[in-house]
Ligand binder design. Structure first.
Ligand code: KG4
Ligand code: ZN
Length: 333
């Protein structure tokens, strides 16, 4: 079954053709980075307009580079949410129109669950797994019992990890997105130079909170002024974020008898995070699955891939179903 996936939840306009939920035939991603870089973050209104301009050609490119025609598409899968509502509306409306004009069935895929599915496009995951989704919009830990069987164990109560990387890079005028820039500069820095501490929630919950680390970073920048050693500061700042993510993620492994660790989301491209997860997983004797960079970040292959399982369940999207901006999982489905 050839599924055409469409992803427009944030600032990537993406389309992909995936066969039987596993084999990527094409995977086209147009990143709007250039449009938003001037502002140091995604501007929702500009993102929607850019999706409108690009979606037609990106979808066509995905079908052309799969070397098939629209008649060979068996179904369409679009990201229904969560995400920026204006951006989602572009992809969902486009997918609905395409579904009517081609007389092909349509499913609406959950973006978060698709991130958790992304490693399946490259590996055969051994479940149950613990998944860390870490991006510019999300930082959460999921217990994944199998495909589409999940439970959220922790989430951020304020900023996402990628968001504070981007904000601090913006504050230091380093460019956008900040994550990859910090990753690069931090390599030459001394991570022990500036002191940060891992936040603890007062209610003993293992939810994340990144606002304290962000405030501590701003305090150091202001206090040091011109004396601030940028590589050392970024190495220390990135190191505390990685330590926090990894210690929280692995704190769940004894309670939830997990066989594997899955990473997902744009920040999971981070070299220090990947190295730390690999090291900790080996120490604990569990498998780890780290997707390639283009499958960490927002992409439509994960939407088309997971969409296959929505088709199998007969979970179709009706023309009157709207996109949704937030996702509050209730536990196992
Ligand atoms: O998943 P994604 O493409 O979009 C969403 O936010 O949904 O993630 C983008 C985030 C940005 O915050 C960006 O700075 C971060 O991923 N990022 C990285 C790296 N590459 C991208 N953060 C740290 N290290 C990287 N190498
Ligand atoms: Zn995402």
């Amino acid at each position: 079954m050839n599924i055409l996936g469409i992803e427009t939840s944030c600032d990537e306009t993406a389309a992909s053709v995936v066969s039987d939920g596993k084999k990527i035939i094409s995977n086209i991603i147009y990143s709007q980075e250039r449009v938003h870089s001037h502002y140091g973050g995604v501007v929702p209104e500009l993102a929607s307009r850019e999706h409108v301009k690009r979606i037609d050609s990106i979808v066509k490119k995905a079908v052309d580079s799969a070397k098939i025609s629209f008649s060979n598409i068996d179904g369409i899968a679009a990201t229904q949410g969560p995400g920026l509502i204006g951006s989602l509306l572009v992809g969902v409306s486009f997918a609905k129109a395409l579904s009517i004009s081609l007389s092909k069935p349509l499913v609406g895929v959950n973006h978060i669950l698709a991130h958790l599915y992304a490693p399946e496009l490259e590996f055969s995951i051994e479940y149950p797994a613990l998944g860390l989704i870490v991006s510019g919009g999300h930082t959460s830990v999921y217990y994944v019992e199998g495909i589409l069987k999940y439970k959220r164990l922790a989430r951020t109560r304020d900023d996402a990890a990628g968001e504070i990387l981007d904000k601090i890079a913006k504050y230091l005028s380093l460019g956008y997105p900040g994550g990859p820039i910090i990753d690069k500069i931090a390599k030459s820095g001394n991570k022990d130079r500036y002191k940060f501490t891992i936040p603890r929630m007062r209610d003993k919950s293992r939810d994340f909170s990144f606002s304290g680390i962000k405030s501590a970073a701003l305090r150091i920048i202001r206090k040091e002024g011109k004396k601030l050693n940028i590589p050392d500061f970024l190495a220390s700042f990135q190191n505390i974020i990685v330590k926090y993510l990894v210690s929280n993620l692995f704190s769940f492994i004894s309670e939830y008898k997990t066989r594997s660790i899955i990473l997902a989301g744009g920040v999971s491209r981070n070299s220090e995070l990947r190295f730390a997860v690999e090291k900790e997983a080996k120490k604990n004797g569990i498998k780890y699955f780290l997707p390639s960079p283009e499958l960490c970040t927002d992409n439509a292959a994960m939407i088309a891939g997971l969409g296959f399982f929505y088709f199998q369940k007969g979970d179709f999207l009706s023309l009157s179903s709207p996109p949704f901006s937030r996702f509050e999982p209730k536990g196992f489905k």
